[in-house]
Design a protein around this ligand. Sequence first.
Ligand code: ADP
Ligand code: F6P
Length: 324
Amino acid sequence: MENKINTIGVLTSGGDAPGMNGAIRAVVRRAISKGMNVKGILKGFNGLLNEEIIDLHASDVSDTIERGGTILYTARCAEFRTAEGQQRGAEVCKKHGIDGLVVIGGDGSFQGAQKLASLGINTICIPGTIDLDIACTEYTIGFDTAVNTAMEAIDKVRDTSTSHERCSIIEVMGRNAGYIALWCGIANGAEDILLPEKYDYDEQKIINNIIANRKRGKKHHIIINAEGIGHSTSMAKRIEAATGVETRATILGHMQRGGSPTCKDRVYASIMGAYAVDLLLEGKSNRVVGHKAGEYVDFDIDEALAMTKGISEYQFEVSKSLSV
Ligand code: ADP
Ligand code: F6P
């Protein structure tokens, strides 16, 4: 199909994720290699409404692929949830000659992108979130770095937990999804993993487990608690009172979102960024880039948002059997 796109805009929105810079870089350089101009929109949809728009040249994305965060900054923008905000966003794109837009973010950002697409702006989404909670794709940029950061932090907590013969509850991010918790639970050999998808966890069972493990001579008891369950501090108090085992809560928090992206995040970000530009060149709009069964693919945003995914029952069952 003929290339009708002259200028591509790119923005990052929602929570940042390591690897977003790799995606921005790929959008910029792929677009330039195909003869297009690129504009960076700062601070997500907020920056779009405020017309915080800069020209991006190939050299502007030098030395960025290895950096955490997002060079375009990111934000959450309440105004963009309104019809007026979305209309204005589309007008700003037109005013600045942006005839193709790449939105890098999570499924909230995709909803904003969908509105712009319905208002005539050719829009493509790239999944960028540490939470891995986007149903149409098996991979989201940032997950690998975040889960490795969390894993390394949990190893450290485990050292001190063993020295003091304590129980440690370590809370990891993930919003309503338990992927980071499940992966860390397996990778760190946690005794218990609490996932929002399995909310029926039984605190008395955990207490009995801690007492039984202590009798068997186990020096520590690591509980990975997903943010979606939360309440780690009060849980620690209850567990300490019921078991007599000193218990501490550690909430890893935003450290999980920072840091230099892993190789996996840089590579997925680079391919997804280029793929998004190619979709625009093919005249496509209202699409989400994904990765499924070893292939880079794309889906209609509306269909992508309607998809659901859960925790693998098999992986969860295995994680429990390995923690005895
Ligand atoms: P994420 O993209 O990481 O899921 P959010 O859910 O916070 O993060 O969404 C990011 C931004 O996307 C919001 O601040 C808002 O500007 C925009 N957004 C979210 N939901 C909608 C919606 N239903 N309609 C329009 N814009 C939305
Ligand atoms: O979506 C990424 C994420 O880090 C979630 O895991 C977490 O629930 C949320 O963002 C935290 O958001 P904020 O940075 O606004 O505290």
